[in-house]
Ligand binder design. Structure first.
Ligand code: NAG
Ligand code: NAG
Ligand code: NAG
Length: 328
């Protein structure tokens, strides 16, 4: 059994299997740390663990006015080597029958190589004549809510149980994907919300399938790239049912101390060098190779890591998920 979590927008396919162009690339793990420069800027430690990928200038503060990601970074864990952006999500724990927790290891998305990490997609406008406007320095956004314990209307963060054969179906966040953490036998409280400056078009995934791509609301007229994250967890080492809770309930818990699943979220700080993202979007680049962009090998990307700022055990059998004391 594997889990895949998808965040931040929809993956769309045009008509009869003709894929829409979209950048798709891997960012290896930079660090797993208890930092969150968007929701808890300057707070060390922040309330829960994240896996962070991208440029190595990531830190607890990242003041949008002064922190220039491309010039402050000396490397990036992404294969597009001009992308010094940072991307992060919550990490997953397994809660054993005896009440202790173990961090769930990650898989790499199909066809890619990396140490854990996040597969990132940037999706331009579905039609060639409508250009998207790439983000500007200082831009950041997030999707989801770490405090949520109930479904959200937006359906932009979801989970999928992957078959052993792999899975490339483009049903992202449509059934059977779920906002909750699936069980199988095998109110916004942020001071700055980082959300209201962006909006979704009026189309759903199903509308897109019939060729209705949606329109930007008048309040948010600038069409920007859609950004999607994909993270895969390898839950196989926890298949032994003797380890599961005696009532058979699903045993996985986000680092937000949430076993419902609704609290998963994705954070983004834009950090592409110069106009590289705009050029890639204008060229409607597809996949992990783009004539407009410089590429580094997965091996070089994997060398870009950061040591943890918050020193604590995150990988043993733990009696508490890191940060649980802050949530009591
Ligand atoms: C974060 O990085 C910026 C730019 O390198 C630096 O000015 C700032 O002091 C750093 N903040 C922390 C908390 O390390
Ligand atoms: C709890 O169970 C796990 C899995 O069997 C085991 O590795 C760990 O040592 C146990 N911890 C305690 C405190 O019994
Ligand atoms: C979105 O809004 C536009 C303009 O009001 C409308 O023409 C279009 O049909 C809507 N699309 C969907 C999928 O609702």
């Amino acid at each position: 059994m594997q889990w895949k979590a998808l965040a931040l927008a929809l993956l769309v396919e045009r008509g009869a299997g003709q894929a829409m162009p979209m950048l798709r690339f891997q960012c290896s793990q930079l660090v797993v740390d208890r930092l969150d420069p968007l929701v808890n800027p300057g707070v060390v430690p922040s309330p829960h663990l994240h896996q962070i990928v991208g440029g190595n200038s990531f830190n607890a503060s990242m003041d949008p006015k002064t922190h220039d990601l491309p010039s402050s970074s000396t490397c990036t864990s992404c294969t597009f080597s001009e992308d010094f952006s940072n991307y992060w999500t919550a990490v997953l724990y397994f809660r054993a029958r005896n009440g202790t927790y173990k961090r769930v290891p990650q898989f790499v998305s199909e066809g890619l190589r990396a140490d854990g990490g996040i597969t990132v997609y940037y999706i331009p406008s579905p039609t060639e004549k409508e250009k998207v406007t790439a983000f500007k320095p200082g831009f950041r956004m997030l999707v989801g809510d770490a405090t949520a314990r109930a479904p959200s209307a937006a359906r932009k963060v979801c989970h999928r149980c992957m078959p052993a054969t792999g899975d490339n179906s483009n049903i992202n966040c449509g059934a059977p994907d779920s906002q909750f953490l699936p069980k199988h036998d095998v109110p916004r409280r942020h001071p700055v919300d980082h959300m209201s400056h962006v909006a979704y078009p009026n189309s759903s995934y199903n509308d897109v399938m019939v060729g209705a791509y949606g329109t930007c609301p008048k309040s948010h007229p600038v069409k920007i790239p859609q950004v999607m994250y994909e993270v895969m967890w390898n839950t196989q080492m926890f298949n032994d049912k003797a380890l599961w809770p005696e009532d058979g309930s699903q045993p996985f818990v986000w680092s937000t101390d949430d076993k419902s699943g609704y609290s998963q979220h994705g954070d983004y700080v834009f950090g592409w060098k110069d106009d590289s993202l705009q050029r890639a979007m204008d060229a409607r680049c597809n996949g992990a190779v783009c004539g407009e962009l410089e590429i580094q090998s997965s091996e070089s990307a994997m060398k870009c890591t950061k040591s943890r700022t918050v020193q604590e055990d995150i990988d043993g059998w733990l009696t508490e998920i890191p940060g649980m004391d802050m949530r009591k």
